[in-house]
Design a protein around this ligand. Structure first.
Ligand code: FAD
Ligand code: NAG
Ligand code: NAG
Ligand code: NAG
Length: 484
């Protein structure tokens, strides 16, 4: 009898991005069985593509670089970027638990996150990633491996959630479509975590909530259709801030595939390490490290709605792994100033010299140097030193792209779904990009991976703390499978 390890009914998690996988890990770790449903045939969603990093305030990594940061400053940056929209409780929870989230990834999932970068709208360097490997790929592959080591996980790939069954505002089950044979399967459960991501690829939902963006290019995978938001709304769940769609300023225009509406993202870290933007008159026009909405609007105001991203070799060294990838994909080109700017070479050299004369780093301010950057840029991790016509640069053409949906399902700090009568739907949770309220009108770079980790952990903890009875056949079946 003592060899019965599992005494709980399975929780159903839908979506295998960072939010779904974090919750899955935490549940399995505490011996709660999980059925994980994913409509694709692989793990990771948009999370696996994340290229800049994950935020944390007052972390040991920041301290090791002597950086001054606090939960309060991080919260202030988040609220300012959100333009006071969204849910303050969720925002406080996000920042309060950021240090814990980073430590969990480092200590339990073995993600080193040893580098910190400053992204747009942040007052300091707090976006963490590891050297030599993109953050989304590293986090998802390591977490996936850990999750698969536990007992009690039943993974159903090629399985699409199509409806949720509830009775008196209490979850009793769900239906999914097996995409391989087109059969519909009903699963009973009292705890359903929906982690299906955003709706940046859904023309239907963009048409409904933000029609002016329907024809915009996007960085989102084709699976990003907002099915979670629609299904939850159909059983009475509340949706908030759905018209808040984030345009990311820098999607790469691939020279041999210019018209493709799907674009590779030019990671914000390219600007974080020092990259600047020039318009087609080869002039700067914005503080490149303003929040995403501000930089995007500035680009959209240029005549041709695009810009050239320019970096040098020092910046390359700082972000080598990813720049090598972008170069291989012919998104960034290694060239010289003269080759790139031709007749404007002298003008650009002067511009880069002028720009680089104020190498102000907000964390290393020389009190005697006044920050006189023309556009108010304070953080210049690397500048253009010793510029001449033969200086090596990396350059690429970029344009704004639909990137992230801030709005979504209304939740409380436990990730519980709130219905239109402002009550909790018992047993239904929404976490990650499918939820709304954490980012208000504009998400800070690095806050999405953080949201997935923080709220993934919180829903799992909430479910574990609520008593689950072994009262249905799925629970019993899984329990039998799990008897050692
Ligand atoms: C190119 C790119 C770079 C980014 N870089 C960063 C970064 O550096 N830092 C940061 O913080 N954020 C970044 N983001 C944003 C961040 O990656 C995502 O917002 C976040 O990962 C969302 O995680 P999620 O778990 O909520 O959803 P996802 O990771 O998108 O996962 C959702 C999963 O649910 C599945 N699914 C959807 N519908 C159904 C259904 N009906 N049934 C079954 N399964 C379903 C999908 O197939 C998918 O696998 C980036 C985004 C992109 C696109
Ligand atoms: C976040 O932490 C602060 C300071 O400890 C606390 O006052 C606040 O209530 C916390 N917020 C939430 C939502 O837990
Ligand atoms: C480029 O930016 C400068 C400075 O804001 C502006 O004067 C110029 O008109 C812009 N050029 C284009 C093509 O938009
Ligand atoms: C500056 O650039 C010139 C020409 O590119 C090069 O010959 C010289 O060595 C460089 N000086 C320094 C200090 O890097």
């Amino acid at each position: 009898m003592s060899n019965i390890v599992i005494q709980k009914t399975p929780v159903v998690v839908v979506g295998s991005g960072l939010a779904g996988l974090t919750a899955t890990y935490k549940l399995l770790q505490q011996k709660t069985p999980v059925i994980l449903i994913e409509k694709l045939d692989k793990f990771g969603g948009n999370s696996i593509k994340a290229s800049s990093g994950i935020n944390g305030a007052f972390t040991s990594v920041q301290q090791s670089y002597g950086l001054d940061d606090s939960v309060e400053i991080f919260l202030k940056d988040t609220i300012k970027s959100a333009k006071s929209l969204g849910d303050l409780q969720l925002q406080e929870t996000l920042v309060n638990e950021s240090k814990k989230a980073i430590e969990w990834l480092q200590q339990e999932i073995s993600v080193s996150l040893n580098i910190v970068n400053q992204l747009g709208g942040h007052s300091t360097k707090r976006t963490h990633r590891s050297d030599g490997i993109p953050p989304g790929f590293e986090i998802i592959s390591k977490l996936q491996k850990k999750v698969l080591e536990f007992e009690g996980l039943d993974i159903k790939f090629n399985s699409k959630l199509i409806s949720i069954d509830s009775q008196n505002d209490k979850i009793i089950g769900l239906k999914y479509l097996n995409l391989l044979d087109n059969s519909e399967i009903y699963l009973k459960t009292n705890n359903l975590i929906v982690a299906t991501g955003g709706f940046g690829f859904s023309k239907k939902l963009l048409q409904k909530y933000k029609p002016e963006l329907v024809d915009f290019p996007t960085t989102n995978g084709a699976q990003t259709l907002g099915e979670g938001q629609e299904i939850i709304s159909s059983i009475g769940g509340s949706l908030i801030d759905m018209e808040q769609v984030q345009i990311h300023p820098t999607g790469f225009i691939k020279q041999d595939d210019r018209e493709n509406n799907w674009k590779f993202l030019a990671a914000e870290s390219l600007r974080g390490v020092g990259g600047i933007l020039l318009n087609s008159s080869n002039e700067r026009f914005v503080n490149e490290l303003e929040t995403r909405d501000t930089v995007s609007n500035a680009i959209l105001k240029q005549k041709d709605q695009k810009a050239t991203l320019v970096l040098n070799e020092d910046m390359y060294q700082e972000f080598k792994f990813q720049i090598d990838f972008y170069s291989k994909m012919k998104l960034l080109e290694k060239t010289t100033i003269a080759e790139k700017f031709k007749d404007d070479t002298t003008k650009v050299i002067e511009l880069l010299k002028k720009y680089s004369q104020q190498p102000s780093d907000s964390n290393n301010k020389d009190e005697n140097i006044e920050i006189i950057d023309q556009y108010g840029r304070e953080s210049k991790q690397h500048v253009f030193k010793n510029v001449s016509a033969d200086s090596i640069i990396f350059s690429g053409e970029i344009t704004p792209v639909v990137h992230f949906t801030m709005g979504g399902v209304k939740i409380n700090t436990n990730g519980q779904v709130i219905n239109t009568k402002d009550q909790i739907i018992d047993g239904l949770y929404a976490i990650g990009e499918v939820s709304g309220g954490v980012h208000g009108a504009n998400r800070l770079g690095g806050n999405s991976l953080l949201e997935c980790t923080v709220f993934g952990n919180r829903v799992a903890q909430h479910i574990i703390n609520s008593d689950i009875d072994v009262d249905d056949d799925i629970g019993l079946k899984l329990k039998q499978q799990l008897v050692l």
